[in-house]
Design a binder for this molecule. Structure first.
Ligand SMILES: NC(=O)c1ccc[n+]([C@@H]2O[C@H](COP(=O)([O-])OP(=O)(O)OC[C@H]3O[C@@H](n4cnc5c(N)ncnc54)[C@H](OP(=O)(O)O)[C@@H]3O)[C@@H](O)[C@H]2O)c1
Length: 198
């Protein structure tokens, strides 16, 4: 029988994404831009833990996993879970396979992982972001604003900017506009207004 939600060890659920002017996030299964500094910011953010011995948990859609992993390994302090209803076995280099979003959250919040896991990072794609934005444990959205137009075929889901409010001077997040390969971008963090965090 499933453990009730009240008995799970609550973990922060945090999204991280980069979106261009029309909220596009991907094209043909890949990122539409080449921004190594932004990618390094992503890596630094998701691997941060507050003390040695703790780990973070990263939730991937199957297509994102297929398009990203080789450049990501090895990543310290991360356990990777891939969501899929069609795969039968855990994909290479991943740690877990789950059939739906809630199963992944439970996995991180129940024994034996619960004492180990600090933050659940949601790294897309679209359906996984939608599920996370609706999850009661979701407190922060790290959303880099790529200040340019790109041809995209996947888009970050709409979210309520009254519920998720843009933060000023968020800790460890550079506030000045960045530029790389002729593309301007800025790091942003939106915090759920009911969230008690940081
Ligand atoms: N700019 C950014 O920050 C960013 C971030 C992430 C992704 N992207 C881009 O977005 C694109 C990929 O995203 P996508 O939305 O097309 O695909 P995706 O979410 O990575 O993969 C879709 C597949 O993942 C599985 N899946 C997703 N949600 C699930 C759920 N709740 N439960 C069970 N299975 C689930 C399903 O696999 P099965 O079909 O096997 O059931 C589904 O067909 C790429 O272009 C990527 O580069 C960009």
């Amino acid at each position: 029988m499933e453990t009730s939600w009240e008995k799970l060890q609550k973990k922060p659920v945090r999204l991280i994404a980069a979106a261009c002017n029309d909220m596009g996030i991907g094209k043909d299964g890949k990122l539409p831009w080449d921004l190594p500094t932004e990618f390094q910011y992503f890596v630094n953010t998701v691997k941060t833990v507050s003390r040695p011995g703790r780990m973070n948990f990263m939730v991937w859609g199957r297509l994102c996993w297929d398009s990203h992993p080789e450049s990501l390994f090895p990543l310290p302090n991360i356990l990777h879970v891939v969501l899929s209803k069609t795969l039968d076995t855990v994909p290479d280099h991943a740690h877990f396979l789950c059939r739906d979003f809630d199963s992944a959250i439970r996995l991180a919040a129940e024994p034996p992982l619960a004492d180990l896991i600090e933050t659940i990072w949601i790294v897309g794609g679209v359906q996984v972001y939608k599920d996370a934005l609706n999850h009661p444990w979701c407190d922060l959205l790290y959303l880099t604003d790529v200040m340019a137009d790109f041809d995209c075929d996947v888009f970050f889901p709409e979210f309520d900017k009254n519920l998720f409010q843009l933060q000023e001077g968020f800790p460890r997040v550079p506030s000045e506009i960045q530029e790389e390969n002729g593309i301007k971008f800025k790091y942003q963090v939106f915090k759920r207004d009911t969230a008690d965090t940081v």
